[in-house]
Design a binder for this molecule. Structure first.
Ligand code: GCU
Length: 617
């Protein structure tokens, strides 16, 4: 039992310790952004695989990590040297997985599999220019990826939903028959992010694109071009920086042909700060999702992007988009195509999902609980849908661990680096429903500080848990983390996880923070096609009653109420949902069912949003 003074002292120094940790940890990603604008070669398609639950290809029989040249390591050739040579592993066309794509949905033996699968792809490759540098880029691999080429380890990445790349040295790359092997391990673990308990399916595999990218010796690694947060809207000012892979001489030219802007900035360091007026720009908004072609040119390359210019800020009780208050007609979304029971990853998938959100009259989506594929945020840019993007600091990760903090911070940095030029992304969320205690609040506060350090232009939030009781009428949001966010967001299920939908009728919500208030989750389950009276749990009628009562409650929310992202657009797979009649391994809180068909509640929210949209005019 700590003596009281010691305990008090610990309480005071803990946040300081975390801040020191934060300042030490500069999780610099080596991510090459806007990969689609580079000289790319796709390695998508058929890969051979070996299922390896005991990680025999990685550890020897004494459970020691195999040495690089170990003949039995699964990253080394599987071809016997002669007829007497013994090989106990091999890649064969009988065992094929398609990349990108989770393994669970590709073969029934993988549905519940959690462990290691080795992927192998052979490819020929000749650089377009001998002086080019070559990187291998992964859109995402869940959860850990160890990447080998021709028996050499290129690198290891952890984190199931963010991109990463490794350089391929000339000494490793061959013109013919490159032997590319990726060890993918999706085992859950207490000290990872997320931890062992989540309410979503642990889809494993190389779930997004695999590309070879060629860049010049000196190349543009990353750039950040956004309107200044306090930019005067009659003469908007863009600012940011261009990050070169190493300090070069010469200059960086920023060219926006449609606005007749061409600015040249001298290169004095590997980071070139830029700022320029975009006086005649049409500001990006859901009503007018205007994107401009932006060209960045250095002595060795030109890359282009499509960027929208807008400002977003939390001012008093409001969220201002381009200086005007907005109400976010949102919906939460998992990255899943329910008809195929698989991870979404393609532009076609994104079009289908965001099309459903549009049909609900949404102007915003909460991409839960992890960064979705880049196609989603780029499509949101063109369709004019506001985005809440989040790292999977979910429920009960180990908040006492510095290593876990670094993992969370790395994923935060990768999420922000990939999408910090997307006008649609207005909110970075550092987590969901984390349990309130001192250590967690210090951990999350430091993640918020890290997010601000990485991007001072967007709102920072987190989905806070609230202790609401159906016995109370007034509910207070007073999570200490609310002190550090721009948008006070909370999840409530009044009428599903507590009481009946009628408890929402007279419910009122208040927060101790003088900030905009957002309901990041609310919802009820319904088995599509199950009809009964509204008091019957799991019926569409119960869910519809829930939404009617919630909508009535939304209409009485306080003046700082700025929007909602109900849980959830589509039914989704979850290992936690095991009612043998009404769930069968699915969380059925979707307003759309496993086939994308609307349940009764869909039209209740759709009408509420239509009315809100009408009033905005
Ligand atoms: C929680 C959590 C979700 C979960 C939902 C539910 O709020 O954030 O991930 O799926 O509630 O219970 O359905």
């Amino acid at each position: 039992m700590l003596l009281k003074p010691v305990k008090t002292c610990m309480k005071q120094i803990l946040p300081f310790l975390f801040t020191c940790l934060l300042l030490q940890l500069k999780a610099q990603t080596n991510l090459i952004t806007n990969i689609g604008a580079r000289k790319i070669t796709s390695l998508n398609g058929k890969w051979q695989y070996i299922i390896d639950p005991y990680e025999t290809g990685f550890y020897d029989y004494r459970y020691q990590e195999r040495q690089e040249k170990d003949r039995d390591a699964y990253w080394n050739t599987d071809i016997p040297q002669n007829k007497t040579d013994k090989k106990e592993h091999g890649y064969n066309n009988k065992y094929i997985l398609t990349v990108p794509g989770d393994w669970n949905s590709q073969d029934s033996k993988f549905i519940y599999y959690e462990g290691t699968v080795w992927y192998k792809k052979s490819f020929d490759f000749v650089k377009s220019k001998s002086s080019d540098r070559v990187f291998i880029y992964f859109g995402a691999v869940n959860y850990r990826a160890d990447v080998y080429l021709n028996g050499k380890k290129l690198g290891m990445h952890k984190g199931g939903f963010t991109p990463f790349n490794f350089e391929i040295p000339d000494s490793v790359l061959k013109a013919k028959d490159n032997f590319l092997v990726v060890k993918v391990d999706n085992k859950r673990s207490k000290d990872e992010v997320p931890t062992v308990n989540t309410d979503w399916w642990n889809y494993g595999g190389i779930t997004r694109d695999v590309l070879l990218a060629e860049v010049p010796q000196n190349f543009i690694k990353d750039y950040f071009i956004q309107l200044k947060k306090s930019s005067p809207l009659n003469n908007p000012e863009a600012e940011g920086w261009v990050k070169l892979n190493n300090a070069q001489s010469g200059s960086v030219e920023i060219d926006i042909p449609e606005l007749k802007i061409k600015k040249i900035f001298p290169v004095t360091d590997s980071i070139v700060n830029i700022s320029f007026n975009v006086t005649n720009a049409q500001l990006w908004s859901p009503e007018n999702p205007k994107l401009y072609q932006v060209k960045l040119t250095t002595a060795s390359e030109t890359i282009t992007d499509k960027i929208g210019f807008r400002t977003i800020e939390a001012a008093g009780k409001q969220v201002l988009l381009n200086g005007k208050p907005i109400f976010m007609r949102g919906i939460s979304i998992h990255e899943e195509i329910p008809m195929d029971v698989r991870r979404a990853y393609s532009r076609q998938d994104a079009l289908w999902i965001l099309g459903k959100a549009k049909s609900l009259n949404c102007n915003m989506v909460r991409l839960a609980h992890y960064p979705h594929d880049e196609t989603m945020t780029r499509l949101a840019d063109s369709l004019g849908i506001l985005v809440w993007s989040e790292i999977p600091v979910y429920w009960t990760i180990d908040f006492t661990s510095k290593a876990v903090f670094e993992k969370a911070r790395t994923q935060l940095s990768e999420m922000i680096t990939r999408d910090h030029n997307r006008a649609s992304v207005i909110i970075w969320s550092v987590g969901n429903e984390t349990p309130v205690n001192e250590t967690r609040t210090a951990f999350m506060h430091n993640l918020i500080s890290a997010a601000r350090e990485l991007d001072a232009t967007r709102l920072i939030s987190a989905a806070l848990e609230t202790n609401y009781s159906e016995l109370e009428k007034t509910h207070l949001i007073n999570d200490p983390l609310g002190k550090y966010v721009d948008l006070v967001s909370f999840n409530e299920y009044l009428g599903w996880y507590g009481g009946l939908p009628s408890n929402a009728t007279n419910a009122t919500w208040k927060t101790i923070y003088d900030k905009p208030l957002f309901i990041s989750e609310t919802g009820a389950e319904a088995l599509s096609g199950f009809h009964a009276d509204s008091l019957t749990r799991w019926s569409e009628e119960y869910q519809a009653w829930y939404y009617r009562e919630q909508v009535a409650m939304f209409k009485k929310m306080p003046e700082n109420f700025v929007g909602i992202s109900p849980w959830i657009l589509l039914d989704f797979r979850s290992p936690r949902r095991n009612n043998p009649v009404y769930q069968q391994g699915w969380n059925n809180k979707g307003l759309l069912d496993h086939q994308g068909k609307p349940k009764k509640a869909f039209n209740i929210l759709k009408k509420y949003y239509a009315d809100k949209k009408m009033n905005e005019k």
